[in-house]
Design a protein around this ligand. Structure first.
Ligand code: RDZ
Length: 283
C-alpha cells in the first residue's frame, strides 16, 4: 500500500499547514512521484480519502503488495492516483443519497398505525389505490369498450397504451436499479408484481404524472378540474413518501419519468385508422 511517510509537518490534528494556505490538487490525475512531500502527506491524512482507500480499493482489501511497486515503496500504481481522490460527483451523489434517506425517514409519518400520523394512513392508502395500475387499466379498458365515438375510442386506446408502456418501463428500470424499499415500509400493498419489491422509481408517481398530463391534454378542460388533477398528482407522490413506501428521489424521478412517458405516448399516438385496422384484425 502506498502511504507516503512524510514527516508530520502539519498541525497536531493532522491537518496540513502549507505556508498558511491550501493548495489545490488534481482529483483525477495520479499522484506523481515528483509531487512535493506536503501534497502527498495531505492526501494521506485526509479522513475521507483514507476511508475510501480502505473500503473501495480491491488491491487494499486483498492486502497484497502490487507488482507496480507500492509495497516496495517505489511509488503508487497509476490507478491508485485515481482511487485516492474521491471525485466531486461521487461525493455529491453520496451526500444527495444521505439527505434523501434522512428526509424520507423523517417524512414517513404514516408508515404504520403507530407512527406519528398513523391515523391518516387509511386516507393515504386510499390515495395509493387511486394511483394503482389496476383501476386505471380497468377504467381505460371499460371506457374504450363503452365509447361510441371514434375520438373517444382513440383517446382511450392511447391511454391504455400509455398505461401498459408505463408498467413495462417502470418494471425494467426497477429490475435494473434494484433499489430496496425503505426499511420502515410495510409491504402490504395490494396487487404487486415481483419487481415491486424495488422502489426506484415509484410506479405510482410515473403513472400519476403521465395520466395527469394525459388528462390535462385530452380530457379535462374546466379550470377547477385541472387544478384538481394537479393536486391529485402531487398527493399521489407525497403519499408514497408519507406511507414509507419510497424515498423522496424515487418519487421525484418517477414524476420526471412519467412526464417523459407522456411524450412517448404522443410520439406513438395511434390514429383512428390504425385503431380501425387493429379492431378489424380482432373482429
Ligand atoms: C398489478 C398492476 C397492474 C400494477 C402494479 C402497480 C403497483 C403496485 C406499482 C408499484 O408502485 P410503487 O412503485 O409506487 O410502489
Amino acid at each position: 500500500m502506498h502511504s507516503p511517510k512524510a514527516k508530520n509537518t502539519g498541525r497536531r490534528d493532522g491537518s496540513p499547514v502549507l505556508g498558511g494556505s491550501f493548495e489545490f490538487v488534481s482529483l483525477t490525475k495520479p499522484v506523481n512521484r515528483s509531487s512535493p512531500r506536503h501534497l502527498l502527506q495531505r492526501q494521506g491524512s485526509d479522513p475521507t480519502t483514507a476511508r475510501l482507500r480502505a473500503s473501495e480499493s480491491p488491491l487494499r482489501r486483498r492486502g497484497s503488495g502490487s507488482s507496480t511497486g507500492s509495497a516496495s515503496g517505489q511509488g503508487p500504481p497509476e490507478e491508485d492516483g485515481i482511487r485516492l481522490n474521491p471525485s466531486l460527483i461521487g461525493i455529491s451523489l453520496s451526500s444527495l443519497l444521505a439527505i434523501d434517506l434522512w428526509l424520507s425517514k423523517r417524512l414517513s409519518v404514516c408508515a404504520c398505525e403507530d407512527s406519528s400520523w398513523g391515523s391518516v394512513r387509511p386516507l393515504m392508502k386510499l390515495i395509493e389505490v387511486s394511483g394503482h395500475g389496476i383501476p386505471w387499466l380497468a377504467g381505460a379498458a371499460y371506457s374504450l369498450y363503452k365509447s361510441d365515438t371514434a375520438a373517444g375510442q382513440e383517446v382511450m386506446l392511447n391511454l391504455l397504451v400509455g398505461l401498459l408502456l408505463d408498467l413495462i418501463l417502470v418494471g425494467i428500470v426497477k429490475a435494473v436499479v434494484r433499489r430496496r424499499r425503505p426499511a420502515h415500509n410495510q409491504m402490504d400493498m395490494f396487487a404487486t408484481f415481483s419487481v415491486d419489491r424495488y422502489s426506484f422509481p415509484s410506479g405510482h408517481a410515473t403513472r400519476a404524472a403521465m395520466c395527469g398530463r394525459f388528462l390535462l391534454a385530452h380530457l379535462v378542460l374546466a379550470a377547477p378540474l385541472r387544478v384538481l388533477v394537479l393536486l391529485w398528482v402531487g398527493l399521489v407522490g407525497l403519499s408514497r413518501v408519507l406511507l414509507g413506501r419510497h424515498n423522496v428521489t424515487d418519487v421525484l424521478f418517477g414524476f420526471w419519468m412519467g412526464y417523459c412517458q407522456y411524450n412517448l405516448v404522443e410520439i406513438l399516438w395511434f390514429s383512428p385508422q390504425t385503431l380501425q385496422g387493429l379492431l378489424g384484425h380482432l373482429a
